[in-house]
Write a protein that binds this ligand. Sequence first.
Ligand code: ZN
Length: 282
Amino acid sequence: MSFEFGGVFEPGRCVHVAPGVRRLVAPNASLFTGPGTNTYLLGDPVTAVIDPGPADAAHLAALGAAAPAPAMLFTTHTHPDHSPAAKPLAEATGARLIGRRPPADGRQDLSFAPVHEPQRDERFALPGGDLVVRAIDTPGHASNHVCYLLENCGLLFAGDHVLDGVTPVILAPDGDMGAYLDSLRRLLGYPLRAIAPGHGRLLAEPQRVIEGVIAHREQREAKVVAALAALHGADEAALLAWVYDDVPVVLHRLARFSLEAHLIKLAAEHRAHREGDRWHAV
Ligand SMILES: [Zn+2]
C-alpha cells in the first residue's frame, strides 16, 4: 500500500498522500496549528472532504477548485481551525454535513450544524466508487471528537487526537484526559495502517505511535503525582514549573492546559484535591 509520508505544506497545493486521498493544507500555520490545518480530499473526482478547515477565503477557493461537487463533508471536531469552512462549502455544493454538534464551552465553531451525527462505528460508503469510511468515537481532545478510518487502505483521519511530533492539548472542561486515554487504548483495536493527522505529516506504524502517546501521558501524570507529593500544596504555576521542567518555557502556556486536565482527572479518581488555588495529593 503506497502512502506518502513526506512533508510538503504549501497552502493551496493538493498533495497525494494515499490511494484516493489528497491533502490540502490551510494557510493558518501557528503555534497551535503547526504547518496549518490539513483538509483531506477523498476520491477522484472528490466525493468526500474530511475537516474542511477554517473559513479562510483562499482556502475556500482552493477547496472549491479541488472539490467542486463532494457528496459528504466530515468533521473530526468543531474547534475553529477544523470546521468553519464546512458551512459555506455545504451551501455551495449541497454536500451533507457529517459530524457531532459543537459543545458549549466557548471554544467551538457554532456555525457547524450537521445533518447527520455518526453512530458509533457507523460506515459510510462514498458514492461513485468503493471507498468506505468508518466513524470511530474518540472523545478526549474535544468531547465531540470522531476519527474516520478509510477501510480500503487502513488510513486513520485522526483530527487532533494524534498529531505529528507533538501531543495534543487537552482543554478542560470540554477536553477530558481520562476519556482521551480511553479513546487511544480503544483505537489500538482497529486495523490501522497509517495515521493522517489534522496537522502535520502522515504517520507510519500507528500502533507504536498511539502506544507512545499513551506512555507519554502516563509519564506526565506520574510526574504530576510526584510533584503533588513533593510540594505539599502547590498552585498551578509551581506545579507547571516542576512537571514541565523538560519543556521550553515558551510552551508552558500550552502545557498549562494539559496540567489542568491531568489534575482534573486525578481529582475525579480521588488522587488529588484542591483547596483554594492549591493542589494536594490524596
Ligand atoms: Zn482541536
